[in-house]
Design a protein around this ligand. Structure first.
Ligand SMILES: Nc1ncnc2c1ncn2[C@@H]1O[C@H](COP(=O)(O)OP(=O)(O)OP(=O)(O)O)[C@@H](O)[C@H]1O
Length: 260
């Protein structure tokens, strides 16, 4: 079932055409990524979804016109408030929804262990590593129990090793919780590792140039066959992003064929 469906979404800022007819969908329990070059308009698309900007086109959620925000949004930077302890950062979204701080703390406390943050409830954000800060930001996002997660380059600011560890962790968490999620990223490997499907976005004015079903098993394994298959798909995707004019209707099959 299609949870989120966007048809022909366009947005200009004055004479600057940013989005030129974006259509995509995300099914319930599906992890989908939008992969595109810097400045293409990915964040603008998220701002349209959250209602921060108005554009043209049709946005539906569970078949009805998008009304209010069914999304929990995690921005590029962790945006933890330095003057609130970690637990009080995590409860923030719930408090905004009207839950008392005490009730919110009781609700989030059991989740600290699962997010690798046990023992750091009363720490200040500055006392956490980059990966821990992102896990705290993700915890703050998911405890809001919205119908869908929007993740805007959540690991963009992390070093390569922490980033790889976080991707592995998030894939495990996703398998456990089956969140419906839409991720935007520049990182081809991240999109392949995490997603069920990937939309490739062109440079501005942004269009969807390809839709790819990721043919890799879950859990993602690090065995040599899986690694070869992933690498072939990553190479195809990179090629498509760098040569957007070339027709690639047989995309995922190419990756499968190369790996066999
Ligand atoms: N409020 C605004 N007013 C005018 N132009 C804007 C506004 N917001 C974004 N833009 C322009 O729209 C284009 C797309 O920006 P956007 O931030 O959506 O890209 P992006 O794909 O998310 O980029 P990045 O991956 O680098 O974060 C850019 O050229 C940007 O300058």
């Amino acid at each position: 079932m299609k949870r989120l469906e966007l048809r022909d979404i366009s947005k200009s800022f004055g004479a600057l055409e940013v989005l030129a007819g974006i259509s995509l969908h995300v099914a319930a329990g599906e992890f989908v990524s939008i992969l595109g070059p810097s400045g293409a308009g990915k964040s603008t698309l998220f701002q349209l979804l959250t209602g921060a900007l108005k554009g043209e086109g049709d946005m539906r959620f569970d078949g009805a016109p998008l009304d209010g925000s069914p999304f929990a949004f995690m921005p590029q930077r962790d945006a933890l408030m330095p003057w609130r302890r970690v637990i009080d950062n995590v409860t923030l979204g719930l408090e905004v929804q009207g839950v008392s701080r005490r009730a919110a703390r009781e609700q989030v406390a059991p989740l600290f262990a699962e997010f690798g943050l046990a023992g750091f409830e009363r720490s200040w954000p500055a006392e956490l590593s980059g990966g821990m800060r992102q896990r705290a930001a993700l915890l703050r996002t998911v405890v809001q129990q919205r119908d869908m997660l929007l993740l805007d380059e959540p690991f963009g600011a992390l070093d390569a090793l922490t980033r790889a560890a976080m991707q592995r962790w998030l894939e495990g968490m996703w398998r456990r919780h089956r969140w419906t999620a839409l991720l935007i990223t520049h990182d081809v490997r991240e999109a392949v590792y995490l997603s069920d499907r990937i939309y490739l976005m062109s440079a501005r004015p942004a269009r969807i140039i390809s839709e790819i079903a990721v043919p890799l098993q879950r859990p993602r394994t690090t065995g040599s066959d899986a690694a070869r298959q992933a690498a072939a798909l990553e190479a195809d995707i990179l090629d498509t992003l760098l040569n957007p004019g070339v027709d690639r209707a047989s995309f995922p099959q190419t990756a499968q064929r190369r790996s066999s």
